[in-house]
Design a binder for this molecule. Structure first.
Ligand code: ADP
Ligand code: ASP
Ligand code: MG
Length: 409
């Protein structure tokens, strides 16, 4: 029997009525002859509410209890989805992560999946179950405690199940009808892509496009999972949505295929750092130990044996970063300057490997809008800049125009 994985995000299961709509899509796939594994998110807004309650109760919370609370939203939707399917006379059963069991490491709040044994579900499918509804985003640690996979983690649950059960496809149902050239909420000129290469999707996701969790794309690429993103609200047909696939399955590619943004960034600069071997290690070692996700790093040319070191990190990690640097005492510096009003905007395209000039075009477009660039980083297929947050939308729109992405398909 062929297996299909269908994942429904928060807006697609936001009410009992929407769960019913989603269940009808599941019913159609059962009628098509598939055994279906449905992965559900919590109802829209639920996880944010739970995170809020945790922070209110305990600002320096125990991550194990954070996971105990924050994973609960998915338990509700999994049960409701199973009940809805049963009402439609489809043999369905819900599964929490630990019941499968979806085994993860012990990194609470951002756990990585280690193994999904298939025996339990296989046995039920063999006995006539048509749909297994699995609570997304959650697993169980080696110590037997509930873990969560990081925000947006149900995407990763879905791809991991598709890989483990050798599914014919992994369909990610969400509130947009596919992957766009940029977030369609930022510009109406954004275009839906019929296909996107794994590498590009990976970059877009890690640079802020939240339509897929980064780790889900990594897994799909590694295990060759056929991954599709489509709307749970629009009419369905075989060619709906965006297929995330290998580069050689795409006929031609533009230099730039997407623009991503990350709104809540901060820039920290250590002024007047002594320029000697080991200084970078002395700064970034303690930051890593404190769990700060350092992103861009720039070191200035030194003058008189002193230099400035700038790095960026998520804005909600500034306090932790400051504390780590001050507590370590391993570096002497003049002043620590924090700018927590910056955003990161990036352009992505595998075409950059073979075409020069993308950076010049990007910088010219930003100049034309009078937007100052604070930090630049590049890799083989992406260019990122840090700019003042108030110009973020404008920058995304300007870059979308500059690379003529309204013509993309
Ligand atoms: P779900 O709850 O279904 O997991 P998410 O909110 O996590 O949905 O992801 C879908 C959202 O991702 C869209 O509503 C859209 O605003 C945003 N998004 C950001 N970048 C893109 C992009 N390039 N293409 C499509 N959607 C994008
Ligand atoms: N509910 C979780 C979150 O909001 C996981 C997910 O929806 O993918 O991050
Ligand atoms: Mg999501």
């Amino acid at each position: 029997m062929s297996r299909l994985v269908m994942k429904f995000g928060g807006t697609s299961v936001a009410t009992p009525d929407r769960i019913k709509r989603a269940a009808k899509r599941v019913a159609r796939e059962v009628a098509n002859g598939h055994d279906v594994i449905v992965i559900v998110s919590a109802m829209a807004g639920k996880t944010n509410e739970l995170v809020g309650w945790v922070n209110e109760t305990s600002p320096m919370y125990d991550a194990r209890e954070y996971d105990a609370v924050v994973s609960s939203g998915e338990n509700v939707t999994a049960g409701l989805m199973a009940l809805t399917l049963q009402e439609m006379e489809i043999p369905a059963r819900s599964w929490q992560g630990w019941q499968v069991p979806l085994k993860t490491n012990g990194a609470h709040g951002a756990a990585r999946i280690e193994k999904i044994p298939t025996a339990n579900l296989d046995e039920k499918f063999a006995a006539g179950m048509k749909v297994a509804v699995v609570a997304g985003f959650q697993g169980i640690s080696p110590e037997g405690r509930i873990t969560t996979l990081g925000r947006g983690g149900s995407d990763t649950t879905a791809v991991a199940f598709a890989a483990a059960f050798d599914a014919v496809r992994c369909d990610i149902y969400t509130d947009v009808d596919g992957v766009y050239t940029t977030d369609p909420r930022i510009t109406a000129k954004a275009r839906k892509l019929d296909r996107i290469a794994f590498e590009e999707m990976l970059e877009l996701a890690s640079l802020g496009a939240k339509v897929l969790q980064t780790r889900s794309v990594e897994l799909a690429m590694r295990f060759g999972v056929k991954l599709r993103v489509l709307s749970s609200f629009e009419e369905y047909d075989e060619t709906a949505g965006t297929l995330v696939c290998a580069e050689d399955e795409i006929m031609e590619s533009n230099v730039v295929n997407g623009v991503a943004y990350s709104r809540d960034e901060a820039k920290m600069t250590l002024l007047g750092v002594e320029d000697r071997p080991g200084i970078a290690a002395a700064i970034f070692g303690p930051l890593a130990e404190a769990g700060v996700n350092v992103d861009m790093i720039v070191q200035n040319i030194s003058e008189g044996g002193k230099t400035d070191m700038t790095f960026s990190c998520p804005v909600d990690q500034v306090a932790r970063a400051k504390q780590a640097i001050e507590a370590s005492g391993a570096v002497e510096y003049g002043e620590l300057v924090v700018d927590d009003n910056v955003a990161k905007v990036s352009v992505v395209g595998i075409g950059m490997r073979s075409h020069a000039g993308a950076a010049a075009r990007m910088f010219a477009a930003l100049k034309d809008e009078g937007i100052n660039i604070r930090v630049i980083t590049t890799s083989e297929i992406k260019i990122s800049v840090l700019i003042d947050r108030k110009y973020m939308e404008l920058a995304v729109q300007a870059l979308h125009d500059a690379f003529e992405l309204e013509k993309a398909r």
